[in-house]
Design a protein around this ligand. Structure first.
Ligand code: AKB
Length: 335
């Protein structure tokens, strides 16, 4: 009886190993802040040859470049189709986006990039070239009328930025392609992401990453947000794990086909200054709020991610103090 059970378990284990061995992952937008970390996380989980990086410009990260690179403009559907049509890839991670602050400087360009590239990937997925799609949404889907504390999954979404509007629209398109064409597209709403391997660009939460660089250079940090403007944040290791876990979850567990709320930790610039001061004595933050403060003020302070926990077992591993220590250690390891 016991031997039989063991044998069945062994066969099941072998079967899932063989299925995983046949899977190949392509990351579009691989040279950005998240793409670099995701590629490295996937190399560790699936192997260097199971991952391919795609972007307009190749990253200069030597670890990322252990995997194959393909040059791609994701706004050109023929180029996207040419790559996916080869049938080589089972999983697509479509990360291309213009973030919140940059999007406010170029609203039409932000909308065009975010929507066109997403619809191109969804169309190719509909044509049956890939098994599964990941596309990130963001806390930017929320606006001034959503509750600020522990903002729930299904609360009112009235974003004030073009980036946020494109994320709400993208979520609805993801659900549409799932319901009408059976495209298995999965998504999480990332908070501000903090990682040491590459700098973010064009976001409102980017201030937090800049603060670490100033702290290590012993320079005062000039923050463009108010000192008490709390925002949801997440360490990259958590973000990468969430991404790979939701992509590996059984299909029947994915009950939200717009996008899942995801929570890591939450802090304000003054709380970050306090945590950094524990490691860098005399670290000073000065405050000079600009247009990004208004964006930050329209977003939640903290997020309720009960659905992600219940449906596919999500659990954050980083408190604010752990995030700060890991980020500092990470930055020191690369200088
Ligand atoms: C931004 O600040 O625009 C992004 C986000 C919260 O999606 N980091």
């Amino acid at each position: 009886m016991c031997i039989q059970t063991d044998l069945i378990a062994h066969h099941k284990g072998l079967a899932s190993y063989l299925v995983a061995a046949m899977e190949k992952h392509i990351v579009i937008g691989a040279s950005g802040q998240l793409g670099i970390e995701l590629i490295i996380g996937m190399q560790a989980r699936y192997g260097v040859n199971a991952v391919v990086a795609c972007d307009i410009i190749k990253s200069n990260d030597k670890d990322v470049n252990k995997s194959e690179f393909i040059s791609l403009d994701a706004t050109d559907i023929n180029s996207v189709r040419k790559i996916l049509k080869t049938g080589e890839f089972t999983h697509v991670y479509h990360l291309v986006a213009m973030l919140s602050a940059k999007g406010e400087e170029n609203p039409i360009a932000g909308w065009d990039l975010n929507m066109k590239s997403l619809l191109n990937v969804l169309e190719c997925a509909k044509e049956g070239f890939v098994k599964r799609v990941f596309w990130p949404s963001s806390i930017a889907v929320f606006g001034p009328n959503a509750p600020k504390i522990k903002t729930s999954q299904d609360t009112f979404c009235d974003p004030t930025t073009v980036y946020g509007v494109s994320k709400v629209a993208g979520e609805l398109w993801a659900k549409y392609y799932f319901e009408h064409y059976g495209v298995d597209v999965r998504s999480v709403r990332y908070p501000g992401l903090i990682g040491h391997r590459s700098k973010p660009g064009g976001g409102t939460t980017d201030y937090a990453v800049e603060a670490f660089y100033c702290a290590l250079d012993s320079k005062p940090f000039v923050c463009y947000l108010d000192k008490d403007e709390a925002l949801p944040m997440m360490h990259m290791d958590d973000a990468v794990r969430a991404t790979l876990d939701i992509m590996e979850a059984p299909c029947e567990n994915i009950k939200t086909r717009t996008s899942y709320n995801l929570s890591g930790c939450s802090f304000s610039p003054s709380e970050l200054n306090y945590e950094l001061s524990k490691f860098v004595s005399n670290f000073i933050t000065e405050y000079n709020p600009d247009y990004r403060q208004k964006i930050a003020a329209s977003w939640p302070d903290s997020i309720d991610d009960s659905e992600a926990k219940n449906d596919w077992g999500w659990e954050s591993e980083f408190s604010t103090s752990k995030l700060v220590k890991h980020m500092l250690d990470g930055l020191k390891s690369i200088v």
